[in-house]
Design a protein around this ligand. Structure first.
Ligand code: ATP
Ligand code: MG
Length: 416
């Protein structure tokens, strides 16, 4: 069975609105064991819409479309679909009364009560545009409103059970994700190439992002046990190859959350000293509840004055090596250990740009230091390409990665 998700609206094509409806529907269908074959976005211009709808109905068995069901001039989905299926629009008195009562009586609400004849109506519990389903020649077209929360509500309250009843879902799609930090795609891919050869039926995908790389294992199976039997050996192999760098476990795929859990579990505390990130590492961590269980805080020592007066970075170090140097980063960590009771201290100092770079230290030069009380401080320099926003974001992610490999596997990054 081929499934396609269709998003309708010029605002999606123009880049004004992100197509989150398609993501939502794909994710929910996956949970039900259904794999979506294609996402398509169409303009709400009549001929483009007609062409597109024809096309999707030719190649797919189930099409779920969102958007353009409202009563405004640019909401053309309903009329185009009615024409395409050669159906008249039928006025539903009961639906109109309900809309008049719930909202107000006007021509727009009246318009919403016209539905293609023979369609199965899906009630909109929070908005005005009803959804509906048309079945013809073994094809199913579902029309849902564009507003995400109306669409989502409709999915859960009626569409999900309709799909469950309609399709005998024997084989389900099962997915496992592994999240890896500090490793590049090129380092992971060769291992995945081997794993793919071991079981062709398990689909292995690799998805890089700023906060690390996610590897997905998906397989179609009758039940979870059979799926696990296929996925687990491959997943274990990957975990063996990259053990210290893997921060996902039991559904947690988020580095800040993994860090919080391990710090709290080990009963250790952390303090940060941030220069170029301006508190961004701290704010990334404090978004999560119970961060106070391990994070003492962050000293945003943006200027040399604060580095000297609060963290006691010696003037001579700043003069000799500069504010952006592994040496300064190291003294920032020492400063934290003197000031606080933290078990771990992490510092970052860099040139986020656009100004401030030099030939020796171009924009994107960022230094990190990480120490565990009483042990040697691991410090070093990285070069981050990109603009100011990217450099800061990357620095946050990199700092958290350093923290993860250190606290989880006592691994240092810059020094042996
Ligand atoms: P309404 O009765 O509200 O007009 P509608 O079905 O006509 O419902 P649209 O007019 O197509 O919906 O979209 C309404 C709003 O919903 C859009 O302005 C946009 O903000 C949001 N929206 C529409 N489609 C999507 C989508 N695919 N992903 C995310 N948001 C969307
Ligand atoms: Mg609309």
């Amino acid at each position: 069975m081929k499934i396609e998700i269709l998003a309708i609206g010029d605002e999606l094509l123009s880049g004004n609105t992100l197509n989150t409806n398609a993501t939502f529907l794909s994710r929910e269908l996956k949970k039900m064991g259904l794999r979506v074959d294609r996402h398509l976005v169409l303009s709400d211009e009549e001929s483009a819409l007609k062409e597109g709808l024809k096309e999707v109905l030719e190649r797919s068995d189930l099409v779920i479309a969102t958007g353009g069901l409202g009563p405004t001039e640019d909401d053309r989905t309903k009329r185009v679909v009615a024409k395409l299926f050669h159906l008249e629009l039928e006025y539903h008195q009961d639906l109109a009364e309900m809309l008049f009562q719930k909202f107000e009586k006007n021509k727009y609400k009246k318009e919403q009560a016209f539905i293609p004849k023979g369609a199965l109506i899906l009630t909109n519990e929070i908005g005005t545009a009803p959804g509906f389903i048309l079945e013809k020649d073994n094809k199913i077209l579902v029309l849902l409103p564009g507003v995400p929360y109306e669409m989502e509500k409709m999915f859960f309250s009626s569409l999900k059970s309709y799909i469950k009843k309609k399709f005998d879902i024997k084989m389900k799609v099962f997915e496992e994700l592994v999240a890896i930090c500090l490793k590049k795609e090129d380092e992971i891919e060769p291992i995945l190439e081997n794993l793919r050869k071991r079981d062709r039926k398990v689909n292995i995908g690799i998805y890089p992002s700023l906060s690390g790389i996610k590897v997905s294992f998906t397989v179609e199976e009758n039940d979870e046990k059979s799926a696990n039997k296929r996925i687990e050996p491959l997943k274990k192999e990957l975990e063996k190859a990259f053990a210290p760098y893997i921060f996902s476990s039991e559904g947690i795929l988020d580095l800040p959350e993994a860090i919080k859990n391990i710090f709290i579990q080990k009963g250790k505390t952390l303090t940060l000293a941030e220069s170029c990130t301006g508190g961004a590492i701290s704010s990334t961590l404090t978004v999560l509840p119970n961060t106070s269980g391990y994070l003492l805080g962050s000293i945003v020592s943006y200027s040399n004055e604060l580095k000297k007066n609060i963290l006691h970075v010696p003037e001579s170090i700043l003069k000799e090596f500069g504010a952006v140097s592994p040496e300064t980063a190291t003294y920032m960590v020492k400063g934290i250990f003197d000031l606080t009771s933290a078990d771990y201290a992490l510092s970052v100092t860099g040139i986020a740009g656009p100004g401030g770079g030099s030939i020796k230290k171009p924009v994107g030069t960022v230094c990190f230091a990480l120490g565990e009380r009483g042990k040697k401080i691991d410090a070093g320099k990285v070069s981050i390409p990109g603009d100011r926003e990217f450099i800061i974001k990357y620095s946050v992610s990199f700092a958290l990665s350093l923290l993860w490999v250190r606290i989880s596997h006592n691994l240092t990054h810059f020094t042996p």
